[in-house]
Every structure is written in C-alpha cells, then in structure tokens.
Design a protein around this ligand. Structure first.
Ligand SMILES: [Zn+2]
Length: 299
C-alpha cells in the first residue's frame, strides 16, 4: 500500500511538472502571436473609430450622400460647417451651395474654368478664364441686330440672330449692346468702375478681368435700341425675352433673388447662351446656372 501510494505521488508530481513545462512553452510560443494580434486589434479599433466619425457626420446630413450623385466626400466637413451656420436649409441645398463654393468668400479658392469653348463653360467668382483665353470660333453678328460691331461664338451668334429676328416679327426690338469682351477690355472697364465706386461696389456689377462671362463669347447685354441697356428691365422687350429666350438657348443670368449665389446684382439685360437643352431645363426648373452646373456638369 505504501509503495503504491508513493508511486501515485510520483506520477502526480511528474504530471505537475509536465503541465508547468507546457504552460511555459505555450507562453513562449504564443506570446508573439498574442502581441501581434493585439496590434491588429488596435488598428481595427482605430479604423472603426474613423469610420464611425465619418458615419456620424453623414448621419448629421441625414445620409444625403446616398441620394445625390453630386455629393462630394471631400467636402464633408464643409457641409457640416455650413449646416451649423444655416440650419434653415435642407441637406440637398447645403450640398449644392457648398459645391458652388458659397461657404467661402467670392474670389477665394478660385479654379480654372471647365468646359471652355463649349456652351457648358462656367465662369463666375470661383472659376476664371484667365488672361490668355480667347474663344476659338467667333463670328460678327448681323449689324441689323446690334449696336456697333459685336462678336459671339458661332452657335450663340446664330441663336441670337434667330431669336431677335423672331422678336422683331412680333414687334419687339432686341439688340446686342455688348457681347464678347477681351480680357484687356474687361480689365480697363473693371478698373474704371473700381476707381469710381471702390472695389466692393464695383464687384456687385462688374466682373474682375478673367472672370467675365462676356469673355466666353456666349454672353450678351441687350437693349431695345431706344433706351439704355440698363433700363431694359422696364421695357416690353424684357417681358418678351423672359417668355421666349430659353427657346433659343439663352438664360437670364443675374436676378435680384439670386445675387447671393451669383455675386451679381439684378441684370435684366444680361443673357447667356447655354444651348436649348440646358435653357429648357432651367426654364422648367428655375435655378441659377451655378446650381445647374454643380447638379449636372460638375461630377
Ligand atoms: Zn453683361
């Protein structure tokens, strides 16, 4: 009995040593795996945290990114900041306005104008044409429809002639008082206005050189040939233009209601050729060209 008991003790002690050795081995073998797994876990945790913050921001915008194909993830923080300042606006409007650049001052963070030499070009207080840009395909408009010699890009010139010919047949005189203006001409004009009225005032009614829609060869200031073009808003011809210009591919570009978007005061005389499709869309869904651009052309 005594012997067997000793033997049992011996085996128990042996097992105990074996277990200790196995534990030590386990610790040695698995330690590196354990520590690497921990690092990975940390990484995953970090990534999850970043994702969650972005998701939180998207939730603040009611996940509008899922609904709009012109939502720009790189503008996410700007959307959030704009929403904080303008909590009366819906999320879609916030995305549109920030994409236009309205969360920044005019003439800041300016970019090269896209779609040059097409009717889809945009130039405004965030997009410049530059000092060297001259439209490639300009023609002189029939002098019957102009005050002085006036040039526009070919398609715009043809559409303008067709429009004012039809207007004349209905008894309305619409003439081009100013169309294409070169960079240098605009520079002289703007500097004169700035000297007279100061920069802040001049900016409300005149484009800085390199930023004028007139430099695209697609814009036209009209008059009825009897009063100054600045009185055009009070003429019967203005009403005709309001009802008909879009049929020929022209849009009224600057209105009182949209001054905060375009940066320009009401200009009933200033029309921009965008082509019939875009003009028709804007006629049916009233919006500025800036809004149209970010919704459909800036992707
Ligand atoms: Zn103009």
């Amino acid at each position: 009995m005594k012997k067997r008991k000793n033997k049992k003790n011996y085996y128990t002690f042996g097992n105990f040593i074996l277990i200790i050795v196995l534990i030590v081995l386990c610790v040695i073998i698995f330690k590196p795996f354990n520590s690497s797994t921990n690092e990975e876990k940390e990484d995953i945790k970090k990534k999850e945290k970043i994702l969650t913050e972005e998701e939180k921001k998207l939730q603040t915008l009611n996940n509008i990114d899922k609904k709009l194909d012109f939502f720009k993830m790189e503008n996410l923080d700007r959307y959030i900041a704009y929403k904080e300042k303008h909590n009366d606006l819906d999320d879609e409007t916030i995305v549109v306005y920030v994409n236009i650049g309205l969360d920044q001052d005019f003439y800041t963070n300016v970019k090269d104008a896209p779609n040059k030499d097409t009717n889809k070009v945009i130039t405004n207080k965030f997009y410049f044409l530059g000092s060297n840009y001259v439209p490639s395909d300009m023609v002189v408009i029939n002098s019957k429809y102009t005050i002085g010699e006036r040039k526009m890009q070919k398609d715009a010139a043809n559409a303008f002639e067709e429009m004012v010919k039809d207007a004349l047949e209905e008894g309305y005189t619409v003439k081009a008082a100013s169309t294409y203006r070169s960079y240098t001409y605009q520079e002289g004009l703007y500097n004169k206005y700035k000297a007279n009225d100061g920069e802040e005032k001049a900016d409300t009614y005149s484009a800085r050189p390199g930023y004028s829609e007139h430099q695209t060869g697609l814009a036209v200031d009209v008059s009825n040939g009897k009063t100054s073009y600045t009185d055009f808003g009070n003429t019967k011809e203005f009403n005709w233009m309001k009802e008909n210009a879009y049929k020929y591919g022209f849009i009224l570009r600057y209105t009182k209601e949209t001054e905060f978007i375009t940066g320009y005061m009401n200009e009933p005389w200033h029309y921009r050729y965008v082509g019939k499709d875009i003009a028709n869309y804007i006629h049916n869904h009233p919006m500025t060209y800036e809004e149209y651009f970010v919704r459909f052309l800036d992707k």
